[in-house]
Design a protein around this ligand. Structure first.
Ligand SMILES: [Zn+2]
Length: 117
């Protein structure tokens, strides 16, 4: 699965942010992920726990993954919908001619930690 690559990338980003903001210790990392990535928060957390061990600054850090729903706009009638399980047709006009507007995001939302004096 691609979780490991995502977390590797995330750790790199977090380290950059930590340096920029002069953090000496990171406590919580908030990640926002669109449902189309098919990531499981628990798996992400477990992998993060394994991979963070190389980085003392993250020793006590927790990864919080928030899954965002998929939203799409109907090209026929223009209505915007939050997609149910795996249905990608417009609930208003039944068209399947849709454009996905969210669900692909993968965002490092914020980091909590302690700053150097
Ligand atoms: Zn429609």
């Amino acid at each position: 699965m691609h979780e490991a690559a995502i977390i590797e990338d995330l750790i790199r980003q977090v380290l950059q942010e930590a340096e920029k903001n002069r953090l000496q210790k990171i406590s919580i990392i908030y990640l926002t992920v669109g449902r189309l990535h098919h990531l499981v928060p628990q798996t992400m957390g477990e992998l993060f726990d394994l991979m963070k061990s190389e980085f003392p600054i993250m020793a006590g850090a927790i990864l919080q993954t928030e899954i965002r729903p998929v939203r799409f706009v109907c090209r026929s009638c223009g209505s915007e919908t939050t997609a149910a399980a795996s249905s990608f047709s417009c609930p208003d006009c039944r068209s399947t001619d849709i454009r996905i507007v969210s669900g692909y995001e993968l965002i490092l939302a914020s980091i909590e930690g302690e700053q150097n004096e």
